[in-house]
Write a protein that binds this ligand. Structure first.
Ligand code: HEM
Length: 127
């Protein structure tokens, strides 16, 4: 049993599709309510925005499996041109962390998620 459990992906251990859908909803509200970062999402339509949040969480929950540094670098390069920096990255990461706390995700799983998110920083910021 122990062994089987350890083979579950982070996505499954967090609670699968229901947990991700709920997290997308809560995270989305926090990001768009935050005047430090919501201007980056001005030109993005709702449908693309929701897909963006799902992609974000897929990265965050499955990390190494789906991770491609090149894609993240390309996806954010036009935002770096518009001034995206460390402070914005930390604000987004903070909203994800508080979302997971709010949803009752266990601290050890939150640590795993935040490690994965942290590993994307240099690509997102184009360093
Ligand atoms: C913290 C780590 C981050 C991860 C893992 C991440 C992940 C992603 C992913 C997977 C996409 C979709 C790429 C695509 O398929 O086109 C995306 C797009 C986007 N991200 Fe991030 N992101 C991060 C940080 C940020 C930050 C800090 C901001 C701004 C404050 C941001 C704003 C955006 C916007 C506006 C788009 C849509 C770009 C477009 O459609 O033109 N992201 N992000």
């Amino acid at each position: 049993m122990e062994n089987q459990n350890s083979k579950l992906t982070l996505y499954e251990r967090i609670g699968g599709r229901d947990a991700v859908n709920k997290a997308v909803e809560v995270f989305y509200e926090k990001v768009l309510a935050d005047d430090r970062i919501n201007h980056f999402f001005d030109d993005i339509d709702m449908k693309i925005q929701i897909e963006k949040q799902k992609s974000f969480l897929t990265y965050a929950f499955n990390g190494p499996v789906k991770y491609s540094g090149k894609d993240l670098k390309n996806a954010h390069s036009h935002l770096v041109t518009r001034g995206l920096d460390d402070s914005h990255f930390d604000a987004v990461a903070g909203h994800l962390e508080s979302t997971l706390i709010q949803l009752g995700v266990p601290p050890d799983l939150i640590d795993e998620v935040m490690t994965i998110v942290g590993s994307t920083k240099s690509d997102v910021l184009g360093h």
